[in-house]
Design a protein around this ligand. Structure first.
Ligand SMILES: *Cc1c(COP(=O)(O)O)cnc(C)c1O
Length: 395
C-alpha cells in the first residue's frame, strides 16, 4: 500500500494533519509557502498562449489557496473546491453560478439571515423568484417544485433556531425536478456531516467559523461534485472572487487542529445544553443533539457529531419584556463576549432577531439567545449563564 492509501484509511484527526499539502513539494517544510501573487511568469510565448501550466494568474489560485481547496476536497469528497473571501460569498457564488433570469429557487426559511437578504434584493432584481419553505418539509418539498425551479438551498441545522432537515428526501425531490441542491454545512463542518454522500451537489462553508477557528479570518469554501464543478469554477473565475493566500494559510493552519477543538466545543456545548434544560427561566433549549429537540432523529441518522453553537429560549411570555430580559441576560455575562460570528476559541452570546421568518417563526415562549461555546472551562461558562439568568429574574 502507498503512503496515500494509508492516509485515505486513517482516522480523521490523522488525515487533518496531512491533507492538502505535500511537504516534499516545497523542500520538506511542514507548512505550505504563503504565495503572494498577481503575475505568474511563463517560460515562452507558446506556453503563455495555451495557458499550459499549473498557475496562470493570481485570481485563479495559488499553491496556498490550492492547499486549502484540496484539503476541503479530501474532507468533503468533492471534485473541486473554490476558496472565496467570506462565508457569504460561498453562499452567493453557487446561486449566481446556477440561476438565470426567469428561474425559481427554493430556500429554507431558517436560512442564514444575509442569504435571505441576497435573495430578496439582488436575486429579485436579476429576475429570480424565491420561495421560502418549512425546514421540516422533507419529501413534501416536491409540492413546491415548479417547472422553472433550478436550485434548492438547504442549511442543516438552520441558523439560530437549529431546525434539522431531511436532506436525502429533499435532494431526491429536487433532483427529480431537475434542480441543483446546495447545502450550507457550516454548523457541522465536513467532520460531522458529509453532504455529498446524502444527495447534495454543492457544499458551502463559512470557513470563517471552525476551520479558521480564531476569530481573525474571513473566508469561505464551496465544494462541488463532478456534475456541478465546471459551472461553479467558471462562476468563480468570471466573478474574480479570489481570496488572499494569507487567509488561506491561517485557515489551513486552523484546519489542522479543528478535530480536537471541535471535540471540546461539542462536549462543553452539549453538557451545558443538558444542564440548561433543567434551569428555571429557560423555556426551551434548541440543540439538535438533545433528545427533546424536534429534529433529533434526523440529526442522529445523518450526522456523526454536534458542534458548539445552540440557543436557549428564555421563559418570558410577555412580548414587551423580551428585549429588556435579553439585554439583562447579556449585560450580566462576564466571560461570554457580545459579538457576531462563531467557531472561535472565545464564547459569545447574541440576542437573535427572527422577525424576517415567514414559516419557521420565532418561538412564542420568549427571546432567543444564541450561545457560541468556546474552549473555556465549561464550569465557568455555566456559572456565567447562571449570572445571566439571575439578572433576568431580578430585572
Ligand atoms: C457566518 C455564516 C455565514 C457567513 O460567513 P461570513 O464569513 O461571516 O460571511 C454563512 N452561513 C452560515 C450558516 C453562517 O453561520
Amino acid at each position: 500500500m502507498s503512503k496515500k492509501d494509508y492516509l485515505a484509511q486513517a482516522g480523521v484527526n490523522t488525515r487533518l494533519t496531512k491533507i492538502g499539502y505535500e511537504p516534499r513539494s516545497f523542500h520538506g517544510f511542514v507548512n505550505p509557502p504563503v504565495v503572494h501573487a498577481s503575475t505568474v511568469l511563463f517560460p515562452d510565448a507558446g506556453t503563455m498562449e495555451r495557458g499550459d501550466q499549473a498557475y496562470t494568474y493570481g485570481t485563479r489560485g495559488t499553491p496556498t489557496t490550492d492547499a486549502l481547496a484540496s484539503a476541503m476536497d479530501a474532507l468533503e469528497g468533492s471534485a473541486g473546491t473554490v476558496v472565496v473571501p467570506s462565508g457569504l460569498v460561498a453562499v452567493t457564488l453557487p446561486f449566481l453560478a446556477c440561476l438565470s433570469a426567469g428561474d425559481h429557487a427554493l430556500v429554507v426559511d431558517s436560512v442564514y439571515g444575509p442569504t435571505r437578504r441576497f435573495c430578496d434584493t439582488m436575486l429579485k432584481r436579476l429576475g429570480i423568484e424565491i420561495t421560502y419553505y418549512d425546514p421540516m418539509i422533507g419529501a413534501d418539498i416536491a409540492s413546491l417544485m415548479q417547472p422553472n425551479t433550478r436550485l434548492v438551498h438547504t442549511e442543516a441545522p438552520g441558523s439560530n433556531t437549529f431546525e434539522m432537515q431531511d436532506i436525502p428526501a429533499i435532494a431526491k425531490a429536487a433532483h427529480a425536478g431537475g434542480a441543483v441542491v446546495t447545502l450550507d454545512n457550516t454548523w457541522a463542518t465536513p467532520l460531522y456531516f458529509r453532504p455529498l454522500e446524502h444527495g447534495v451537489d454543492i457544499s458551502i462553508h463559512a470557513a470563517t467559523k471552525y476551520p479558521s477557528g480564531h476569530s481573525d479570518t474571513l473566508i469561505g469554501t464551496v465544494s462541488a461534485n463532478e456534475q456541478w464543478w465546471p459551472k461553479l469554477h467558471d462562476a468563480f473565475v468570471t466573478l474574480g472572487v479570489c481570496t488572499s493566500s494569507e487567509d488561506a494559510y491561517t485557515t489551513l493552519r486552523g484546519l489542522r487542529t479543528m478535530g480536537v477543538r471541535l471535540e471540546r466545543h461539542a462536549s462543553s456545548a452539549l453538557s451545558l445544553a443538558r444542564e440548561l434544560e433543567t434551569r428555571a427561566g429557560v423555556a426551551r433549549v434548541l440543540h439538535p443533539a438533545l433528545e427533546s429537540f424536534p429534529g433529533h432523529a434526523l440529526w442522529k441518522r445523518d450526522f456523526s457529531g454536534s458542534s458548539g453553537i445552540f440557543s436557549i429560549v428564555l421563559d418570558i411570555p410577555d412580548q414587551a419584556r423580551h428585549k429588556p430580559a435579553a439585554h439583562a441576560f447579556l449585560d450580566a455575562l462576564q466571560f461570554f463576549g457580545l459579538g457576531y460570528s462563531w467557531g472561535g476559541y472565545q464564547s459569545l452570546a447574541v440576542h437573535v432577531w427572527l422577525a424576517d421568518r415567514t414559516v419557521a417563526k420565532a418561538p412564542a415562549e420568549g427571546p432567543v439567545i444564541r450561545l457560541q461555546i468556546g474552549l473555556e472551562d465549561a464550569e465557568d461558562l455555566l456559572a456565567d449563564i447562571d449570572r445571566g439568568l439571575a439578572a433576568v429574574r431580578s430585572a
